[in-house]
Structure formats: C-alpha cells, structure tokens
Write a protein that binds this ligand. Structure first.
Ligand code: FMN
Length: 328
C-alpha cells in the first residue's frame, strides 16, 4: 500500500491533500469535518488586512464625520481591530483544540504595513504555520513592476524576522519575472510558495448591462497553469511548493506531485462535492501509486518536472504551430 505521507514546509502531513483557505475552514466544526474526511492539513479562512485596519473606519465614514469625536474614532478603530483580531486568534485556538492535523493560519495582505505585528500573535495562539495571501493588482500605470514585486519581498522579510513558525506565500502569476521573484522570495527564507491564488472575477450581464460576479469555483483545466510553473520552478527554488487552483480529483493531485509539489490544496471541488470527497481523492491517489509502482510521495515528487525531463524545452513551449492538423 502506497505511503501518502509528505513533508510540507517542515510539517509532517499524513497525506498531501490540504483543504485550502475558504469558507470551508472558518470554524472548528468545519475543520473537524476536514480532518474526518482525511485531509492532511487545513488552511484557515484568511483574515484580511483591511478587515483589521478598515472595518471601523468605514463605519465612521458612513455615519458622517461630525458624529465622531477624533478620540472616539481612535477608540472605536482599536476596538474594531481587537474584535477582528481576537475572533481570528480564537479560531486558531479552537482549531488546535479540535483537530490534530496541522493548522495553517492565513492572512490576506497588500502591504508590509502595521498588520505584521499580528503575525506574532498568530504564532502565540498556536498556529503550526502561516500562509500569506498577497495580491496587488498591477492596475496603476504610474507604478512599475519592480515596485509591485518589492511589496512581496518586504512582506516576506518583515514576517520572517518576527516569527519562527514556517511561512508560505500564496501568490498569483501576474509577474513579468515570475521565476526570479520566486527565487528571491525563497532566498528570504520563505518556507513554501503556494501557486497560484485564484482571484474573484467579474463578468458582464448583457441583459442588464451591469457588472456581475463570475462563478466562484474553478474548473479542472485551470490546473494547467500551476502545473507548468510547478514543473519549471521545482528544480529552481529552495523552498517547498504547494499547488492550488483547478485540482478536482486524484489525478490532479498526482500531476502536481509529479511536477514537484509537496502538497496540494483543494477548495472548489469540495464546495461542489462536499468535504467528504477528500477521502475519494486520496483513494484515487493511492490506487494510481499502487498501479504505477510508486511506494511514496517523496519518491514520485518532481519525477515529471522540467529538471528531470529529457525534453526541457517542451515545458517552455507557449505558441501553437499546428493543432490537430489546423494551423492556429
Ligand atoms: C468561496 C471561496 C473563498 C475563498 N477564500 C479565500 C481566503 O480567504 N483566502 C485565500 O487565501 N484564498 C481563498 N480562496 C481561494 C482558495 O483557497 C483557492 O486558492 C482557490 O479557490 C483555487 O483553488 P480551487 O481551484 O481548488 O478552488 C477562496 C476560494 C473560494 C472559492
């Protein structure tokens, strides 16, 4: 029987399937269900930087400036911050009292600002590791790519100097120098990169001529973007990689491990099929490994990466010359 255990950013996981940060991981009861389904670890729902710093400011703005004395504003701001913060720290403590699989806390941030002190409190509350979900939409034409990338590097440095639990960075792929940035992040002692976050998207409703949210779940073919990059990066960076986006079944998990991931996060498929589906996914992974003579996750990790390939150029091919006999 295949050994599904894996080591991910220093944590020992019984298997590589992690339930990703989402509404599936925002209470101790739900985390218990993840553990019962067989998940190797959980990433808690993120606390957002703006949730900590902006929640009450919005309330103040909505009520009108004359209503709030400046001292009152300061008090209410710090009260709101403590409420959000305490609620999250309690979630970590409850999680640790409820499940025995590793609990990874998550902070969504857009700067290396005041929130970084909160990382220490996450560690003190007992989280086994911290995942930072960073995204700065490069939509400001006055801001160049280097200054965007600097935010990621600053966050990595600020957090790593304050805490000793492992830190992962969950990033998107909208970078002109993705491989360089990944290597620089790992040089700042980041323990893992989680590739790639999938962001909220919008669509146009043509009947109403208005903006509407696009479906929030991924489709299985979205796995191909992280598959390429994990295949390319796994031989080039000195930190662990975890895959997220588009993993909907055991085959998806196997592919990402063969590419070089140490662990795989799932979210959309569990929204669609229920968290209990993790068990089925693990059975598929074990059956594939048995059928293909792979005894352990560590033994198969990276076996199909660019570094291990006899045809590395194929991993960087991006243009179509001919597809099914038709030029495209
Ligand atoms: C409803 C929902 C809520 C999510 N909330 C968070 C979050 O708070 N923090 C985060 O880092 N990712 C969040 N995500 C992103 C997921 O963790 C995951 O990276 C993404 O959905 C891609 O994986 P998938 O294809 O398996 O869904 C959320 C996703 C969904 C669908």
């Amino acid at each position: 029987m295949a050994d599904l255990s894996t080591k991910y950013m220093g944590l020992e996981l019984g298997n590589p399937v992690i339930v990703g940060s989402s509404g599936l991981t925002n209470s101790a009861d739900k985390l218990k269900k993840c553990e019962e389904a067989g998940a190797g670890a959980v990433v808690l729902k993120s606390i957002f930087e703006e949730q900590i710093t902006g929640e009450v400011s919005n309330l103040v703005v909505a009520s009108g400036p004359s209503y709030w004395h400046s001292e009152g504003v300061r008090y209410v701001e710090s009260y709101g911050r403590e409420n959000a913060v305490e609620g999250y720290l309690n979630l970590i403590r409850e999680a640790k009292n409820t499940v025995s699989i590793p609990v990874i806390a998550s902070i969504h941030c857009v700067s290396a600002g005041a929130w970084t002190e909160f990382a220490e409190r996450v560690e003190q509350a007992g989280a086994d590791a911290l995942e930072l979900n960073i995204f700065v939409l490069p939509s400001d034409p006055k801001r160049d790519g280097r200054s965007h990338e600097q935010v990621y590097l600053d966050v990595a440095e600020a957090v790593k100097k304050d805490i000793s639990i492992p830190v992962a960075l969950k990033i998107g792929f909208l970078f002109s120098g993705l491989a360089h940035l990944a290597r620089e992040l790992c040089r700042r002692d980041i323990d893992a990169l989680v590739l790639f976050n999938r962001f909220a998207r919008f669509d146009f409703d043509l009947d109403e001529e208005r903006l509407v949210p696009a479906p929030f779940t991924s489709s299985p073919d979205e796995l191909l973007v992280p598959l390429r990059w994990i295949s390319i990066l796994s031989g080039q960076v000195d930190c662990d990689l975890a895959a997220t986006t588009g993993v909907h079944d055991g085959a998806g998990v196997v592919k990402q491990i063969l590419a070089g991931a140490s662990a795989v996060q799932m979210c959309s498929a569990l929204y669609q099929r229920g968290v209990g589906y993790v068990g089925e996914v693990l059975e598929e992974v074990a059956a594939w490994m048995d059928g293909h003579g792979h005894a352990s996750i560590s033994g198969m990790k990276g076996r199909m990466s660019q570094e291990e390939s006899e045809n590395p150029a194929a991993y960087e091919r991006v243009q179509f010359m001919k597809a099914t006999g038709t030029s495209s």
